[in-house]
Design a protein around this ligand. Structure first.
Ligand code: UVW
Length: 372
């Protein structure tokens, strides 16, 4: 069964020892201000930092299990079936593709993803390092003297830069600290069953279907008269007001569509990484409820989490991630780039993205496009 979104979730602080990203500011600080630090925080550090997800939890950290805030009971089985691993990408049927294709009017393609490069802002201790050994890497081959370059990339490949969250990324701890059998993900899969150092055994991003759907861009900068600030929440009333301002009809937003938010926060990208990382404007539980009721396939924004950080309720952290992804199998695309669409006043387009089929990965990098 699905939960309602009236309650509260509980996520916890990061406790990794490497705190600074290349941008300088770590996002742990803002979680601390949310009042969720301490021993309990260690237990879910793994859920927020995949590479530490198998770290043992000390006995001293063991706690009595309490139902997390914003959770009233199991959210599984999924409406797509108890064995489903594709979530809202199931919306993309042949009928949906044909309906979506009608939105292609002028044939222009906009890249709405960022360039991946050293120095881009990263979440917590995540890394992005590209090296090309040699110079060239190899050759010459044959009498034709062919030479070549290969790159070596060290990164959390689905969770840096423009990133698409897969269904194995975010879970909710339903039991005691350290009880991996009660750290539950989409369709009730537990960390015990799916976590593996060599890739998730279930819910890997390769299980998702390619996305080709109608995209609706909400220009919050135009609505608010400037860039939104960290901790500023986008509500369902804001969405309706922005739609009206942009001469768009809410009834045009159909099940399986995607909704995107231009907050202006992306203007800080590689210009002021410290501030970019310090928090962000975004949707809260009220807008998440609207997304769920509309039965959308995806949310996206020009921010690193799409949701408001810190949450106005200081006891919550990344609660919209859990609400939409874990409980309602709705995908999330982060660190998008809308400047060109905004400049051309293109608020409705075809969103096209095929997650990289890396077996067992938690998310995907790549180059999402908008076709108008
Ligand atoms: C977390 O991993 C908590 O956030 P994101 O999906 O925004 O990278």
């Amino acid at each position: 069964m699905d939960d309602d979104v009236s309650g509260r979730d509980q996520k916890q602080d990061q406790t990794n020892d490497r705190q600074q990203d290349k941008g300088g500011t770590d996002r742990r600080t803002l979680l601390r201000t949310a009042g969720i630090a301490g021993a309990a925080g260690a237990a879910l550090a793994g859920a927020m930092h995949g590479k530490f997800s198998l770290a043992p939890i000390s006995t001293a950290q063991a706690q009595t299990a309490t139902m997390p805030k914003n959770v009233t009971g199991p959210w599984w089985p999924s409406k797509w079936g108890k064995d489903d691993e594709a979530g809202a990408s199931n919306h993309i049927t042949p009928a949906k593709v044909l309906d979506t294709a009608k939105w292609i009017k002028d044939g222009n393609i906009y890249k709405i993803g960022r360039v991946y490069e050293g120095g881009m802002p990263l979440f917590g201790p995540r890394a992005f390092t590209l090296r090309i050994p040699g110079g060239p890497t190899g050759g010459p081959f044959g009498d034709n003297k062919l030479v070549y370059h290969d790159e070596f990339l060290s990164t959390e490949i689905g969770q840096t830069g423009t990133q698409f969250d897969g269904l194995g990324h975010i879970g909710i701890q339903m039991g005691k600290d350290g009880d991996r059998s009660e750290m539950r993900f989409y369709n009730g899969h537990s960390a015990q069953d799916i976590s593996d150092a060599y890739g998730l055994k279930k819910l890997g991003v390769e299980k998702l279907k390619p996305l080709f759907t109608r995209g609706h861009l909400i220009d919050m900068v135009a609505l608010k008269g400037g860039m939104m600030d960290a901790g500023q929440e986008i509500t369902s009333a804001d969405i309706k007001a922005a739609l009206a301002k942009q001469n768009m009809n809410e009834a045009d937003i159909k099940p399986g569509d995607a909704i995107f938010f231009h907050t202006g926060w992306g203007s800080l990208w590689m210009k002021n990484n410290d501030r970019f990382n310090s928090g962000e404007p975004g949707i809260g539980l009220d807008a998440a409820k609207w997304v769920i009721e509309k039965d959308l396939a995806l949310t996206g924004a020009d921010t690193w989490a799409v949701e408001v950080v810190p949450n106005p309720d200081k006891s919550l952290a990344f609660v919209v991630h859990a609400e939409l992804q874990t409980k309602h199998r709705i995908h999330n695309h982060e660190n998008l780039f809308f400047d060109d669409l905004i400049a051309d006043k293109k608020y409705q387009f075809v969103y096209c993205f095929a997650p990289a089929p890396i077996k067992g990965a938690t998310g995907s990098n790549g180059c999402p496009i908008a076709i108008t």
